[in-house]
Design a protein around this ligand. Sequence first.
Ligand code: PRP
Ligand code: URA
Length: 210
Amino acid sequence: MDEKLHVLDHPLIQHKLSIMRDKETSVKEFRELASEVAMLMCYEATRDLPVEKVDVETPIGLAKVNKIAGKKMAVVPILRAGLGMVDGIIELVPSVKVGHIGLYRDPQTLEPVKYYCKMPKDIAERDVLITDPMLATGGSATAAISFIKEYGCRSIKLMCILAAPEGVKRIRADHPDVDIYVAAIDEKLNDHGYIVPGLGDAGDRIFGTK
Ligand code: PRP
Ligand code: URA
């Protein structure tokens, strides 16, 4: 069993994912669902945030309560499609800082090509949550993780809505320290590197570019 691989089988996540997979789902609905699924996944992915005991005066008396222990988070979407998951996370964690990594997959080689990068100054001190709806060959995600590690980040989680077994294997081999959160692991990749049965091209479905 892989303790760093988390398949989030909550019924709400699974239900929303089933609608995202449907080819008849509109761009508007797909976009909303990507954000909602990201929010629900973020709820699970932040389950291990450390808390500290503090005192709070209620109208009736003193309560000893848990508060998040000052840990700072950053979310780093892999452009473009990872952007579709950011709003849902910001709703849950309003103080989160956002870095961006622009990568696209060369359609011939399937290798990731970097075209943009901007990180918060103190990224090395933050818990980083990388978002991308699709973990296919794993090339983009592994490149993004390596890149973020170059900044000195040590606490990195990867959150993808759908994964192929090939992508999970690649991240496990390249970055055994990184926790992976997915809503489902599908059967395989096709000859064009698309997840089968998957949900199609996530970027195109979020931004309506096809
Ligand atoms: C998609 C997806 C991932 C990548 C996954 O992005 O959003 O970033 O492919 O494939 P991999 O695991 O084989 O690297 P794409 O390159 O289509 O760019 P986009 O987000 O701009 O649509
Ligand atoms: N990128 C996507 O958007 N979809 C896939 O199935 C694979 C890579």
